[in-house]
Design a protein around this ligand. Structure first.
Ligand code: COI
Length: 361
């Protein structure tokens, strides 16, 4: 795909938000990236334009049948003024896997990363610098063809919007409490669980709402068939440290291929800490807890980063981990991953992509 990306700069630049109170995903930068797909023409009209509402036909297919995919990425400003992206090519790979599952045309990942770099350069003043903050990046695709039949659309819009963010959870980086969900299910093998698509999140809302009402941050999903094996937490993959070994559910067709998940596995291997991806039942976790062998648990995700888990509630059993405090390993992983992301630590894995300084002026 060889396309020019046109840039239209916003006439007025808005004030930057107070970095001590960013929250997550409510504030957006001055510009956004867009391109269109038309059957027979492919992706075209790549452009950076002022952030603005969209005009869509009420019959646009995304509104009716949810043909849409998205990604989550982050950009960081280092202490010496460089801008880093973390493994953006992995997000593009996953976006194309999601596209395939949702019958959305493939995108050219390299081209999109170039567009993203330009967008970040234009809005670089929006990258927050306070501890625990970053610029969250949301690429997404929606089906825009006006049609009420159930079929893959012939027209799409691809967009990237960006939001300066703090912690995803109100707890910040303090441990979260998780409710093990035993009524509702998130996904089954053969469904769309592996894809990053809106429907997976829409179907999670009911369980999430009930969990929030009981003061739990998120739910832990079990498999959709036996409701026995652990899959993932609402917006993150999950890891457990049992008797010195770290385990995480194997990618089984219904679990999201987390980029942070993959990075944590690589990091643990690099440190020679035993780590395995396998099937883990909730009974095994509860038993390990009863025997005093469940040492730590944490979630991983772009938005959630590394989020320590202080408690699970399952049926009538309360599983408190590490006295409800952040575990040593969770902290070490958090410090290392965020250290690499923010350029404070060396990157032996080649995870960081720099946004060229000449573009970022
Ligand atoms: C991310 O971690 O980037 C996600 O997309 C999770 C989202 C549901 C907040």
């Amino acid at each position: 795909m060889t396309q020019q990306i046109t840039v239209q700069i916003a006439e007025t630049k808005r004030d930057k938000p107070d970095q001590s109170n960013l929250g997550f995903g409510r504030i957006f930068t001055d510009h956004m990236f867009m391109m269109n797909f038309t059957e027979g023409k492919g992706w075209h009209d790549a452009r950076i334009v002022p952030y603005q509402p969209l005009t869509l036909d009420p019959s646009a297919m995304v509104f009716h049948y949810g043909q849409t995919v998205f990604e989550g990425m982050k950009a960081y400003l280092t202490e010496d003024g460089q801008i880093f992206l973390f493994r953006p090519e992995k997000n593009m790979e996953r976006l194309n896997r999601s596209n395939d599952r949702l019958c959305i045309p493939q995108i050219d990942g390299d081209f999109v990363i170039e567009g993203l770099k330009k967008l970040i350069a234009v809005d670089r003043e929006w990258i927050p610098t306070a501890e625990g903050t970053s610029l969250y990046i949301r690429p997404f695709i929606i089906a825009t063809e006006p049609f009420l039949g159930v079929a893959p659309a012939k027209n799409y819009i691809f967009m990237i919007i960006m939001s300066p963010v703090g912690s995803y959870y109100k707890e910040g980086i303090s441990p979260v409490k998780i409710l093990v969900e035993s009524e509702f299910v998130r996904a089954v093998k053969g469904g769309t669980g592996e894809a990053k698509t809106g429907g997976n999140y829409a179907s999670s809302l009911k369980a999430q709402e009930l969990a929030t009402g009981k003061e739990y941050s998120q739910v832990l999903w079990l498999d959709g068939v036996e409701k026995k094996y652990i899959e993932e937490v609402g917006s993150m993959n999950v890891f457990f440290k049992i008797n010195g070994e770290v385990v995480t559910p194997a990618l089984n067709g219904s679990i999201l291929h987390g980029v942070t998940r993959d990075s944590v596995i690589q990091l643990l291997k690099h440190w020679n800490i035993p780590v395995s991806e396998r099937r883990i039942s909730i009974d095994e976790i509860a038993q390990a807890h009863r025997e005093g062998k469940l040492e730590e648990a944490f979630g991983t995700g772009t938005a959630a980063v590394i989020s320590p888990i202080g408690e699970f509630f399952w049926g009538s059993e309360q599983l408190v981990l590490n006295g409800g405090k952040t575990g040593e390993l969770s902290k070490r992983i958090y410090d290392t991953i965020t250290g690499i992301q923010k350029g404070k630590l060396e990157d032996p894995f080649g995870w960081v992509t720099k946004v060229p300084v000449s573009e970022s002026k």
